[in-house]
Design a protein around this ligand. Structure first.
Ligand SMILES: Cc1ncc(COP(=O)(O)O)c(C=O)c1O
Length: 364
């Protein structure tokens, strides 16, 4: 059989350079540890107050004022002028790097979220890598490589490592970049999905914060995110590109995002309990199978070491209907990445299929 998911054949998977062919795909009996899409329901509040008639017009490029005003409560000292509402965090990332233009360097901790590298390269910028040590930023290497960079891209909690950077590290990055005049792009899409440690919100005029409604509110397909900056010029430059590319972010989505922000905090706390339970299950399951992996402190990913990763991924997919992602797509060729945005039963079934597949491929 060469066909499991609509449009993804066995021969194609051997050539895959990124997860593009898996995103949004489903199939009978398939267990997908692939996509980083929360399977939990969005808050019921999100469905209140949508005005379809109003929402079918063009909107402000910068984003609806009410939503931007609501966001100011999460960013003390800000005004609505500091925000641009975007088509998910993805568009915010794309716009900020394109606004800086060609030839400039961006420091990128590796392993990284698989879209970072293409986004940086499509903007004509040049990636400089700093390799994580045990899933964390190595400040010694960071200090050596940050000089001469236009920006550094930080993602804590991280996809794909699940690690949360130490507060002292984030403060040091904040300080050094400020002194050197380097921008920090802080991708905080997982800031609410944190179970173990305190997070730290990097601040300053040189910081561009990226966030989204995809993960916290389980509304990935809605495509609503945003960019925050204290620098008026950055906001203007980003809006200028957006005017000529996607124009406004969809208004129904913005209404739903605004409504979702009224959700009581317990919604997020309940989510965290569910993620923690799943995290414990997959971490123990994979550790018991002999995999070497970091215990996630946030987000919903694990990145175990895996020999013969491409072969294992292929066997898992072809013969066991289990989707995993190649570490290679995240700059970690000796690993595979699993998302545990699945219910407990599916995680258990997936682990049992992984155990069977391990008899066929030498992964440890
Ligand atoms: C680290 C990170 N940043 C950005 C995104 C994109 O998020 P959005 O759906 O808001 O575009 C993802 C999605 O998985 C992600 O993991």
């Amino acid at each position: 059989m060469d066909y499991l998911l609509d449009g993804v054949t066995m021969s194609e998977i051997l050539k895959l350079k990124s997860p593009a062919d898996f995103i949004g795909k489903q199939g009978p009996g398939v267990i997908s540890f692939g996509s980083g899409q929360p399977d939990l329901p969005p808050p019921k509040e999100a469905f209140e107050g949508i005005d379809l008639k109003r929402d079918l017009r063009y909107g402000l490029i910068q984003g609806e004022l009410k939503l931007r005003e609501a966001l100011t409560y999460e960013y003390p000292g800000s005004t609505a002028e500091n925000f641009v509402i975007t088509n998910g965090a993805s568009e915010a990332l794309d716009l900020i790097f394109r606004s800086w233009g060609k030839g400039q360097k961006v420091l990128l901790p590796r392993p990284y979220y698989y879209s970072y590298l293409p986004i940086i390269e499509m903007a004509g910028m040049v990636p400089v890598f700093t390799d994580l040590v045990e899933g964390r930023i190595d400040l010694g290497d960071f200090h050596k490589k940050i000089k001469g960079c236009k920006a550094v891209l930080i993602n804590s909690p991280s996809n794909p490592t699940g690690c949360v950077e130490a507060i002292e590290t984030l403060k040091e990055i904040q300080k050094v970049t400020q002194q050197l005049g380097v921008y920090v792009v802080s991708d905080e899409v997982y800031k609410d999905l944190i179970y173990e440690r305190e997070n730290y919100h990097i601040e300053g005029n040189h910081v561009i914060t990226i966030n989204s409604f995809s993960k916290t509110y389980c509304m990935c397909g809605l495509r609503v995110g945003y960019l925050w900056s204290a620098d008026k010029k950055i906001v203007e430059d980003v809006c200028e590109i957006k005017t000529h590319s996607s124009m406004n972010t969809n208004l129904i989505g913005q209404d739903m995002a605004l409504a979702a922000m009224k959700t009581p905090r317990e919604y997020i706390q309940k989510e965290q309990q569910i993620w923690r339970q799943r995290r414990d299950l997959i971490f123990k399951g994979l550790t018991d199978l002999g995999f070497d992996l970091w215990k996630p402190e946030g987000a919903f990913y694990v990145l175990p070491k895996c020999k013969n990763a491409r072969e294992f991924l292929t066997v898992l997919y072809q013969d066991y209907k289990v989707i995993t992602y190649l570490g290679e797509w995240f700059g970690a060729p000796d690993r595979i990445r699993l998302s545990y945005a699945l219910d407990i039963k599916q995680i258990e079934e997936g682990l049992s299929r992984i155990k069977d597949a391990m008899k066929r491929v030498k992964v440890l």
